[in-house]
Design a binder for this molecule. Structure first.
Ligand SMILES: Nc1ncnc2c1ncn2[C@@H]1O[C@H](COP(=O)(O)OP(=O)(O)O)[C@@H](O)[C@H]1O
Ligand SMILES: [Mg+2]
Length: 395
């Protein structure tokens, strides 16, 4: 076999790529207990006969809207099966953006062979109702990215679904979860629909914090990577790198990319550079003039940090200060004091060069700042910094 093919199926780092796909729904969500409780509260009557519950979930891309709704639907189907026969369907309205398409998707979930051709929307709707009532089933419809159908056809589909029981015998045929990014949906929803959904039935998700992203990274890494191939520092770097957007998808993308970079090199473990090369391509490319515009001692300080971060994922602020002194010697400059360096550190953080967090020192020696560089490749900066410094100090 040709040697280069050795890489395929070698499985040096990646155990299973499936949990890294954007559509993968983990058995349990991490860090969203409060939102699950919120949903359960809004659905508190769902196990009672003849009831419906409706909710709108909004939040930015990658804030876990789809995952939250799917995990919740799955949990209630399984846990309350003895109390009420509940099923659910998830429809992404980006792909099904007209009323007939949505209704078709709903009815074929109930009866895969149902002949819908030639039927009007109201006929399909009454068939949906008839099937559900015959089966004594309650149906939870998740309309994900609902803005697409609202934009194309207005609120018609929502009126139809919300009024399915109107003027008929029996209530509580359907429940609805609508999902969208907040800014695109609120002005598309008509007041009458909002009041039917129930004012207050709005759950807002925010983008994930670095901690939230770390938890997600940890969960997915356990599912998809071999244990020995990564450690907490690597997960931290991934979380920091994704933190500027708060988008959980970036975490998955970075884990997969980093694992592949490591395997491409024939390594069994992920190193910081495997992550930095991906994020440096996608997050920030530092233009040379930005480096040139930094004050000389800020450049010296950054150079010291980069040299360490080329090899390791983190550096303490104390080490950064020591290494800075070494670099000053190299350039024949007298070093600035602690307070100035502290300001430099904050400045570099504001400019997105560095990310910092507090951590305990080993052996209980108090707390320190740990600096990392999640979005930039340190070796890229080193060349530019050295060029700029050599020019300024005539070396
Ligand atoms: N709290 C969480 N715990 C575990 N995985 C999560 C969590 N939030 C999001 N994810 C995962 O991150 C990815 C993006 O989430 P998704 O639900 O698609 O976001 P959205 O629908 O808001 O764009 C999915 O693979 C999802 O399973
Ligand atoms: Mg989604």
């Amino acid at each position: 076999m040709a040697g280069y093919l050795d890489r395929i199926g070698a499985g040096l780092v990646l155990k299973d790529v499936e949990p890294l796909s954007f559509d993968y729904i983990p058995a349990a969500l991490v860090g969203r207990d409060d939102k699950l409780v919120d949903l359960a509260t809004k659905f508190s009557t769902i196990t009672l006969p003849e009831t419906s519950c409706n909710v709108l979930i909004t939040g930015p891309v990658g804030s876990g809207k789809t995952a939250l709704a799917k995990v919740f639907a799955n949990d209630i189907e399984i846990n309350f099966s003895k109390k009420r026969n509940i099923s659910s369907v998830h429809i992404n309205c980006r792909n099904f953006n007209t009323t007939p398409q949505v209704l078709h998707k709903v009815i074929t979930k109930l009866d895969p062979g149902y002949p819908v051709r030639g039927l009007s929307s109201s006929e399909v709707l009454s068939s949906i109702r008839k099937i559900l009532r015959n089966l004594n089933k309650h149906f939870l419809i998740i309309l994900d990215e609902v803005n697409h159908v609202l934009m194309k056809e207005g609120n018609d589909i929502l009126y139809k679904l919300l009024r399915i029981d109107e003027d008929k015998q029996g209530k509580g045929t359907l429940s609805l979860i609508l999902i969208s990014q907040e800014e695109v949906v609120l002005n598309l929803l008509e007041g009458a629909v909002i009041s039917r959904l129930g004012v207050g039935n709005h759950i807002r998700l925010s983008g994930y914090s670095k901690d939230g992203l770390f938890q997600i990274a940890k969960q997915r890494a356990e599912l998809s990577l071999f244990n020995e191939s990564y450690d907490e520092k690597i997960l931290n770097l991934i979380a920091s790198s994704a933190a500027s957007k708060g988008d959980a998808r970036n975490v998955l993308h970075l884990i997969e990319g980093a694992a592949k970079n490591a395997e491409k090199d024939g390594r069994k473990n992920i190193i910081p550079e495997d992550i930095q090369t991906i994020s440096s391509k996608e997050v920030i490319a530092v233009e040379p003039h930005i480096i040139d515009s930094l004050r000389p001692h800020l450049q010296l300080f950054l150079l010291a940090i980069c040299r360490r971060l080329k090899k390791e994922s983190e550096i303490t602020s104390g080490d950064a200060e020591q290494l800075y002194k070494v670099v000053c010697e190299e350039y024949n400059q007298s070093p600035k004091g602690h307070t100035t360096l502290w300001k430099y550190m904050k400045d570099l953080e504001n400019k997105d060069f560095l990310s910092s967090k507090y951590a305990s020192m080993p052996h209980g020696r108090g707390r320190t700042q740990l600096l990392s560089m999640p979005n930039i490749l340190p070796s890229d900066l080193i060349n530019r910094l050295e060029l700029s410094l050599n020019r300024q100090f005539n070396i």
